[in-house]
Design a protein around this ligand. Sequence first.
Ligand code: TEU
Ligand code: CA
Length: 548
Amino acid sequence: MQKHLDKKWWQDRVVYQIYPRSFQDSNGDGIGDIQGIIRRLDYLEELGIGAIWLSPVCRSPQDDCGYDISDYQDIDPMFGSLDDMECLIREAKKRDIRILVDLVLNHSSDEHPWFVEAKKSKENPYHDYYVWRDGVAGEAPNDMKACFGGSAWEWVPELGQYYFHQFSVKQPDLNWDNPKVRQEIYEMIYWWMEKGVGGFRMDVIDQIAKVPELKITNNGPRLHEFLQEMSRETFQKGDLLTVGEAWGANTDLAKLYSNPDGSEFSMVFQFEHIGLDQQEGKEKWDLAPFSFLKLKEIMNKWQKELYDCGWNSLFWNNHDLPRIVSRWGNEKEYREKCAKMMATLLHGMQGTPYIYQGEELGMTNAEYEISEYRDIETLNMYKERIAAGYPVEEVLHSIHVKGRDNARTPMQWDDSEHAGFTTGTPWIKVNPNYPEINAAAQVGKEESVFTYYKTLVRLRRQYEVFVDGKFEMLFPEHPEVMAYTRINGNTEMVVICNFFGNKISNPVKKDWGEYHLLLTNDRENGDADVLTPYEARIYIRCGIDTCH
Ligand code: TEU
Ligand code: CA
């Protein structure tokens, strides 16, 4: 196929996301750090991943766990030093793993020197680096709300002005309309490129072009102008994997973000499939039943619409989302089989799969008392809702189901105290199921979730059809099975997933004699016409010269 000519280095790789605080502590202070990551690189090499998305390690007061940066060109001492970071980039490179830096450019910390200057006076050269407005009749300019609760406007009495913040009060929004801000950012990005990073993950990038007057947060009118300028001034001078986080993306916008001409990013990280269990128009805490048919419909749409003209990220999890086996699967008797099925469904599609730390072990949500939670979003919401009269049990239930700390409990390495994460006291409690679910119990074990993920990662490198096969959904109306084909030249791949816990008949009928069973999560089942609970299979029929 013609597309092979311009295949990019990142298209057959899988990205692994590390949330550094919770990955591996190396010095006993209870917080994961860069030396800890270096110590675990062999584990990641074994898994076969090709890049690491590293959540922020830059200097930060940690109001939002590092997503509030006070120095973009230094490492927070809690995580290590710039030397450690350079060592990580080098050591990863030896294993053919590239490091993606998480850039938080919509806002900085209020402790960033720019903001410290900005609030000294309206005449200060840094004042216009942020979004300031006068009050209206002694009140905030409008009633916009911040993502982490309360007004999006914060009053600064010394200045007699409000600043705008879409997230916490300690995360003032940067003013992208100011060309000086953009120039400083591009220089900083270039500085990271010179350090040899493999690319960047761009935090809430669709919110940078805000227009508070019109209550516009994401998809502002100048957004793509800014992104194209940034790409020209920075990314296009290297050969990078860049991924833009965009909660407000639809497929048309995604084609801009991930235009194969490289004018913006390599790929988009969008969320349409992942918000399916919340009430329409309400907050994520307002739970609604999940619709499998809707999930299939959305996945089908994204696969079809981006084919040959865009590139999507494939994910179930990240540091903001609950664990998928607990959320839409089975965390009890079928946990492992279900984790493998979920992985199959995702990794068989076109795009770049992301594995969030611990997902490759089938890690689950944690159910804690309120005093054990650490996340600012969770804690603010708890206070607000309790004050508003919601019943405690209901609020806690939402947190157990949706809270971000579900993903942030420490990585479960082995069955020793604190799961081998730290010799000290972990900053957040370890999930008590670590004696059963941990890496040591899975690495090198043929039937483990880890080994299954490892196989999926390898298959993507081995068979081109994973990268460029055209997607076709089979039985879109089937209420329990997601099945699809990927076709590339003479090669056909068939993916069949039973998403639920019932034994059912397999709707996909083919002359299986012509196919090779590439992967299954149920070796016991010899009956091609029956799908056992959470069963997943990948078949392949190879063309003459399309498989190696
Ligand atoms: O998240 C973007 C974002 O919009 C989230 O706050 C989301 O609304 C929330 O997590 C849903 O629960 C990014 C980062 O991934 C997140 O960790 C940061 O807190 C946020 O930006 C601010 O930088
Ligand atoms: Ca540490």
